[in-house]
Design a protein around this ligand. Structure first.
Ligand code: H2U
Ligand code: ZN
Length: 338
């Protein structure tokens, strides 16, 4: 057996059925590339220029209400529109296109401009979880909506347009690429082994322990064995559930708790608000049972060695295979110490 703390090797992601190249010896290389610091200026409670703060006008001219917990609105610059008629185009299998109806929303987590998941209180975070469930159900109930993608961009580095605590929801007719890859893998696993891939994986990680970062009654956070981003994590529900709407009240509290603990570790790692994109993967809302799905979230943070050295997917990774320089085990160990 090779030594995966030293020898270059590939690891397999059974959810996407893609490989990642791991080069544990490469963290020693010198770095003279771009240094970019995340703007870490302390934010005020309320920012008169913020388009998400209560009572402020948004870009389209609409004014936000004086909201006091979560606040949901239709994205003023929606990437998907509900009225789009379903149609498709195919020229010789070479030029293929499908119209894509959908709906995009923005969810403010709280009225206070300078909160984050890591520093919100349990009750406030529970309200955010409840809002995610309501939105999943409401959008998913629309006949043209077959998938509801809930995601958060945090930090300018990840494209977040504003530090006010918020996430986005893009709901679409088609299954997004990542979901469709995962669905095929989950189905194939179940067919071949009669079990759930993620139930098995969560069990394995809990007994191995070395990649576990956080755990509570209902959820587990691990640096997945096949992580691509330096401090990538997956938050997995322990019970076999295919969607957020099946969580009990206690499990909803558990989700709020594990998200707070996980993001607090991120913020402590380099002592800056840690940028990431995170999002849920769960059952499509096309009316089928989809018991093969197992509710989980992915956190994809780009920072590598400090607040100023980040990971890019370029060169070999764009043209060949994603690659990482620190092992998943050492990343998990770092996250456990902060
Ligand atoms: P991000 O921070 O992840 O970019 O999310 C903010 C979203 O808010 C973004 O999709 C929308 C943008 O289109 N937005 C509005 O809907 N109204 C505004 O007044 C500004 C931004
Ligand atoms: Zn604000």
């Amino acid at each position: 057996m090779f030594d995966w703390t030293k020898d270059p090797h590939r690891r397999f992601n059974p959810l996407t059925r893609e490989w990642v190249l791991v080069s544990p010896h490469r963290t020693e290389r010198p770095w003279q590339g771009q240094m970019e610091a995340e703007a870490v200026a302390a934010q005020p409670d309320y920012d008169a220029g913020c388009y998400l703060c209560p009572g402020n006008p948004r870009a389209g001219g609409v004014r936000n209400p004086a909201y006091s917990s979560t606040f949901v609105f239709d994205n003023d610059f929606a990437a998907l529109k509900p009225g789009t008629p379903l149609d498709r185009f195919d020229q010789d299998g070479l030029l293929r296109a499908e119209s894509e109806p959908g709906l995009c929303r923005v969810v403010c987590f709280a009225p206070r401009h300078n909160l984050t998941i890591a520093n919100m209180e349990a009750a406030g975070l529970r309200k955010v979880v409840d809002t995610w469930v309501e939105q999943y159900q409401e959008l998913g109930a629309r006949p043209e909506i077959d998938y509801v993608q809930i995601f958060e961009n945090r930090g300018a580095m990840m494209g977040a347009s504003n530090p006010h605590p918020h996430c986005q929801i893009w709901s679409s007719h088609a299954l997004p690429n990542e979901i469709s890859k995962e669905q095929e893998s989950l189905l194939a696993w179940r067919e071949q082994r009669g079990t759930c891939l993620l139930c098995e994986y969560a069990r394995l990680e809990r007994s191995a322990g070395e990649r576990v970062v956080e755990e509570n009654q209902a959820f587990l956070t691990v640096v997945p064995f096949w992580a691509v981003w330096p401090f990538e994590t997956m938050v997995i529900v322990k019970r076999h559930l295919s969607s957020i709407e099946q969580l009990t009240g206690e499990e909803r509290d558990g989700l709020a708790d594990i998200l707070k603990r996980t993001t607090a570790r991120y913020d402590r790692l380099f002592d800056v608000p840690f940028p990431y994109s995170m999002g849920f993967h769960q059952r499509p809302t096309d009316g089928a049972a989809h018991d093969e799905h197992h509710l989980h979230l992915h956190f994809y943070p780009p920072l590598l060695r400090s607040a100023t050295v980040r990971k890019f997917l370029v060169g070999y990774e764009m043209l060949a295979t994603p690659q990482r320089d620190i092992t998943a085990e050492s990343a998990a160990a770092r996250l456990r110490t902060v």
